[in-house]
Design a protein around this ligand. Structure first.
Ligand code: ATP
Length: 306
């Protein structure tokens, strides 16, 4: 029998897993897995258990929101021989699941795990921290982690959007130097996003075209500081129509980038607080971990509406 470690966050997404837990376990058992179950009790539990125990299993499946997925990813990135990963999304926005075509229904996601093929996916790092699909700073980025879990659970996705609008009232900017390949950008920015995803904050297509989840490159989106409300409105409109070629937006691909700023820049990583730094090195670890999916094959990315 193949051995599976199943790590789940019972609190994620209004405790969504509770009603389907027995169907999920049955799906795994019917597929001949010997399942060890770990229910997380607090922050960092999922990272620790994935790091300490992950290598003893053929497969690690995790269930939770982006925070739990980030913890399992971070734990397994420290393992010399990481097993394949399965993911059952239970959070609020589930951007990673959208990008990977993983069903939002948890039992269907469990079926996709047992039927799925491994897809070798790029993992990012920001200094010492790993991220699965997004590292960002500036306006919009506090939306997720400054929204308390209870509020997220009550209002779900609307809380993310509302938080974004509220934070526009006090737009903070950062004078930064960004270096990648042979290019240097020095500018005042209100927002920066380094992604390996098709969907961020529940918005599909916001990271640009030609997104390869296994190509060793991030998509980078930087937004310049608007001088007045008209320019701000112009930027919001450009984002709504996904016009990343706008004059206020830098949009490019890079494998590595260095960002420096005289003041500390607070980051969000996969929707949780990711630390504050003056020197930031972002690196793409190409195809570092494999995730099971039924919808991405032969390096072709198919985006499915669910
Ligand atoms: N039993 C628990 N009680 C409270 N918090 C937990 C528990 N287990 C894990 N956590 C922490 O809760 C945080 C948020 O969890 P997660 O992201 O999985 O769910 P979510 O917030 O509902 O989803 P999303 O972030 O996609 O909205 C994680 O950082 C995780 O470490």
């Amino acid at each position: 029998m193949k051995k599976m470690l199943f790590i789940y966050n019972p609190q994620a997404g209004k405790g969504k897993i509770k009603s389907s837990l027995s169907d999920i376990i049955e799906t795994f058992v019917q597929a001949d897995y010997e399942v060890t179950i770990y229910s997380t009790k607090e922050r960092d539990d999922a990272r620790r258990i994935a790091f300490e125990k992950g290598q003893e299993y053929d497969l690690v499946v995790c269930s939770g929101g982006d925070g739990t997925l980030n913890e399992v990813t971070s734990g397994l990135m420290k393992c010399p021989h990481a097993p394949v990963i399965g993911y059952l999304p239970a959070g609020t926005t589930n951007d990673f699941a959208s990008s990977m075509g993983i069903p939002k229904n948890m039992v269907k996601a469990a079926e996709a795990v047992v039927k799925g093929e491994p897809f070798a996916y790029d993992i990012g790092s920001l200094n010492e921290r790993y991220f699965t699909y997004v590292a960002g700073f500036g306006v919009f980025t506090n939306v997720s982690y400054e929204t308390p879990q209870t509020t997220k659970n009550l209002f779900g996705r609307a809380a993310y959007i509302l938080g974004g609008i509220m934070s526009l009232a006090t737009v903070k900017s950062y004078r930064v130097r960004v270096e990648y390949d042979d290019t240097v950008i020095e500018d005042e920015l209100i927002y920066g996003m380094v992604t390996n995803a098709n969907s961020v904050g529940g918005f599909k297509g916001i990271t640009g075209k030609d997104v390869g989840l296994d190509d060793g490159e991030f998509e980078v989106t930087l937004i310049k500081r608007p001088k007045n409300i008209v320019e701000l409105q112009h930027i919001v409109n450009a984002l709504l129509v996904r016009d990343l070629g706008d004059k206020f937006i830098y949009s490019f691909h890079a494998s590595n980038l260095d960002i420096t700023c005289e003041e500390e820049v607070s980051w969000t990583i996969d929707g949780e607080f990711g630390g504050a730094y003056t020197h930031m090195h972002l690196q793409n670890h190409q195809q570092a971990l494999s995730y099971l999916t039924t919808t991405i094959t032969d390096k072709q990315v198919i985006i499915e509406e669910q």
